[in-house]
Design a protein around this ligand. Sequence first.
Ligand code: E4P
Length: 221
Amino acid sequence: MRLFLDTANVEHIRHGVRLGVVTGVTTNPSLVSKEGKVDYKRLVQEICSIVPGPVSTEVLSQDVNGMVAEARELAKWAKNVVVKIPATIEGVEATHQLARENIKVNFTLCFSVNQALLAALAGAAYVSPFVGRLDDIGEYGMGLVKDIVEVYQKYPYIKTEVIAASIRHPRHCVEAAQLGAHIATVPYQVLVQMIKHPLTDVGVVRFLEDWEKVMGKGKRL
Ligand code: E4P
């Protein structure tokens, strides 16, 4: 499973890429607005220059023509732009048009297997089931990832990749990986939490104390 960062924060993206584990980014209007009043085009182009892989940016229009026009514009900003289109009936039509123009679509705000099936049939490159938001309303978000992965696997001609999105904690990453999601897009905080373990921290301190007891304080190689 690959890891994307779900943020529009450039410093966090730089760190994730430096770690060598982040290969893509997903943004949305809420995440961009967290960065303050920015020059959107400049921000997206900066993110695209940092990240080796796909960078998802979302359209704001809700009608087919508006979505397609925005997507065409966004796709001109950088080679690795992927356009996020919402899982609506207009979104299906826009996805189909954009796929025919070789503009990659991330079919977003996906909350059902049927939405994911239509995404695939319309030609979306990615589908993003929102796990955390389903958990928030008392449903089992990861169950949706499982169902989509299972359905897609039955039809090898489906090339749409599943991005487990709306990830809230490291356990979600484990489950997404176990279920066969192609990608998990994670908030920066979750990325940092993924490496954390108290026994690792205690172990590092103890190894150093034992070494210094014998070799002397501050003594290295
Ligand atoms: C995915 O592409 C979305 O940007 C994101 O995962 C939404 O997550 P949220 O439910 O935490 O806003």
